[in-house]
Design a protein around this ligand. Structure first.
Ligand code: ADP
Ligand code: MG
Length: 659
């Protein structure tokens, strides 16, 4: 059901909700509180000697406002609580006067003085008289917690939700109904309510997730792929052409890919490796094998910048093997694009590189045998659908720099085979990382100057394009101004951000690669994959705004050659977790720490993925529930119990259809 059907939701409010990814009533109901305020209501007698207490009361006379001076006023009224008449005072709340009508039931929070019969309130609440636990929701500007509580109350009247837990498990664990769970999580009366509803909703989410993973695994094991008839010497032939020696883990990955691609089962492999661990070359071997067996490959990158970088590098490398590489981008001229599409259809192109537009309908391959996705968690269901229309079960290889602990990886990527690359290429130095306050910026500028004098280049990152008036934050343009001032406009500086047109972005990126731009100020668009080995320093402003995994990714933009690189994290807040980055350059260690400190951290918060972002479950804290859900969903599949369940049988049809 649409949001606007809810009483009290107008166009404005709907937009605000949309910006929280809430589009339907079901979305709204699944927008769970992220914490609660516990309001302990006591009787006025118990409040006698306390500095702060919360009591219920009823207004018994009209309230008066005194304006003491500009920006300072006092509101007085009488209220009764447990037969005790109170003279209530609250400061600077003149605006509450119209709400404090005689007979109104309220909750007073503040200090009670029995001798004087006064209650000096710090806050007055109206809407929670029967709810001593106040849910707290994520908000956006212009949307208050009160707004959400109000419309949530309305939404709870509709039966707009789905029961995803099959009956047999609902009975097995004595779970409450979905309706009850939704009610209790949004309007709990006691702590117990939060617990019972939370655990049920977590199990539901994880069961649904593990069902999909387990089912995918089951059918993937059966899907026949291409059994290529290729010699094991291909590994040596390939590595002999490389300007460097592969690491042990890279070689293992090559062996695994060789097995996958010469085997009749379809390859469905995830290469997990820290930034800079050299995943691209592993994927390149797969492209080489695919070419040798006369199939075409597709390589998809998350951004055009990255696609172009891959194109430049791979064209050179694969040229040695006579592999014909082409690039398809959004800003190409129509004729150019048509030419490429034509030669793709004819089979003249062996490898096509681009963004996700490669799986759009007008891109037709002659004989697609391999699809590689770089730096993307995985395809959504719809994307897989489009893909399998393009070739006969192409082999699939995912590359991801999300260094997640192995046990978790095995579960949540349970349907994929894993190649983990831990060893770093030889000769790489640790990136020296320092957390700095803004008033220490001189040290940073000095270091920047030193690096510039050595002919090196620098990234400067800010979380924002505009500051929205938030004082403590620096936008990319603020930084441009600051740095131009600091370096007397003698250093070529450019600003890159997501709102630029793609040809503008390309120009800036290319100028930076060529070294014409010395300092690149940017938002996190540079986060993924960019490889400019001459950059040796990265400065991140408002570092507290980023998760450890993102910062680690950003830092991975430097340290890409054999000279010393530096990373400065600028923050004015005391942020303990940033110290982890000073301590370590190991993505797997950092992600462990992130897990320990923040649950799943921001590893799965990656918005673009969608598949991995849970609404209520948390991989680390709820790992036991995850394991239970894994076991149950496996049993549910093996015993074909889903046949009686409309939702899961539909889901299976959908998954089977696209595979
Ligand atoms: P990522 O895993 O972050 O995608 P890349 O594949 O971009 O990393 O590799 C980073 C850089 O390291 C590239 O310039 C690549 O050519 C280089 N590289 C990859 N493997 C090795 C190796 N075994 N020895 C030396 N350099 C390597
Ligand atoms: Mg990469």
């Amino acid at each position: 059901m649409e949001l606007k059907n809810i009483k009290g939701v107008g166009l404005q409010l709907e937009k605000k909700l949309n910006s929280l990814s809430i589009y339907t009533v079901e979305d709204l109901l699944e927008n769970y509180p992220y914490r609660y305020n516990f309001i302990n209501i006591i009787s006025i007698k118990e409040a006698e000697n306390l500095d702060k207490s919360t009591v219920k009361a009823t207004v018994i006379d009209n309230c008066k406002v005194q304006y003491i001076k500009r920006n300072f006023n006092r509101l007085n009224f009488k209220a009764i609580s447990d037969n005790t008449i109170l003279n209530v005072t609250i400061f600077n709340r003149a605006f509450l006067k119209p709400h404090l009508t005689v007979g109104k039931e309220i909750v007073l929070i503040g200090k009670y003085n029995k001798l004087k019969n006064t209650f000096v309130a710090s806050d007055i609440k109206f809407d929670i008289c029967n709810h001593q636990i106040e849910p707290i929701y994520h908000l956006v500007e212009g949307l208050t917690n009160k707004n959400i509580i109000k419309i949530m109350n309305e939404a709870l009247n509709y039966d707009e939700y789905y029961e995803y837990i099959p009956n047999i498990y609902k009975e097995k664990y004595h779970f409450i109904s979905k309706k009850e769970a939704l009610y209790l999580i949004h309007k709990p009366n006691k702590i117990e309510d939060i617990k019972t509803s939370t655990i049920r909703l977590k199990y539901e989410e994880l069961f649904n997730f593990m069902f999909k993973i387990n089912y995918l695994k089951k059918i993937n094991n059966k899907v026949k792929g291409i059994a290529r008839n290729l010699n094991h010497d291909t590994i040596l032939n390939f590595t002999n052409e490389l300007p460097f020696t592969l690491t042990k883990d890279q070689l293992t990955a090559l062996e695994q890919i060789y097995k996958d691609m010469t085997n009749i089962n379809r390859m469905n492999r995830l290469v997990l490796g820290d930034v800079g661990s050299g995943k691209t070359i592993v994927a390149t071997y797969a492209i080489y094998l695919n070419y040798l067996s006369n199939y075409q490959s597709a390589l998809m990158a998350p951004t055009e910048i990255l696609a172009e970088q891959h194109y430049k590098n791979l064209k050179e490398l694969l040229g040695k093997f006579k592999i014909n590489v082409a690039l398809l981008t959004g800003n190409m001229k129509k004729r150019e694009k048509n030419d490429i599409l034509l030669s793709l259809k004819n089979g003249e192109i062996d490898l096509l590189i681009g963004t996700h537009s490669l799986i759009s309908n007008d891109v037709i391959f002659n004989k697609l045998g391999l699809v590689i996705t770089d730096e993307q968690h995985r395809f959504g269901v719809e994307q897989r659908n489009l893909l399998s229309n393009k070739g006969i079960n192409p082999d699939v290889l995912y590359l991801s720099a999300t260094p997640i602990p192995r046990t978790y990886a095995l579960t949540i990527y349970g349907d994929l085979d894993l190649s983990i690359i831990k060893t770093k290429p030889k000769g790489r130095m640790e990136i020296i990382t320092k957390v700095k306050k803004e008033n220490e910026i001189k040290d940073v500028l000095y270091k920047m100057l030193e690096e510039l004098k050595l002919g090196h280049q620098i990234y400067v990152v800010s979380p924002l394009i505009e500051t929205n008036g938030e004082q403590d934050l620096k936008s990319v343009f603020d930084l441009e101004e600051k740095l131009n001032l600091a370096f007397n406009k003698k250093i070529p500086i450019s600003v890159l951000h997501g709102k630029l047109k793609s040809d503008e972005k390309d120009k800036i990126m290319n100028d930076f690669k060529k070294g014409d731009i010395k300092i690149l100020i940017s938002t996190t668009v540079i986060e993924v994959g960019i490889d400019v080995p001459n950059s040796t320093m990265i400065v991140v402003y408002n570092a507290e705004r980023f998760g450890l995994a993102t910062l680690h990714q950003l830092r991975g933009r430097v340290g890409r050659n054999d000279v010393q690189s530096y990373c400065f994290l600028i923050t004015n807040k005391e942020v303990e977790r940033l110290k982890v980055l000073e301590e370590s350059n190991d993505g797997f260690y950092i992600s462990e720490k992130d897990f320990q400190m923040r649950g799943q951290g921001d590893l799965f918060g990656v918005k673009q993925s969608g598949v991995m972002s849970f609404k209520i479950a948390n991989l680390k804290d709820d790992y036991q529930i995850l394991l239970q859900a894994k076991e149950d969903s496996l049993q549910y599949i093996e015993k074909e119990m889903y046949k009686d369940n409309e939702y899961y049988s539909n889901l299976i049809d959908e998954i089977s259809f696209i595979n």
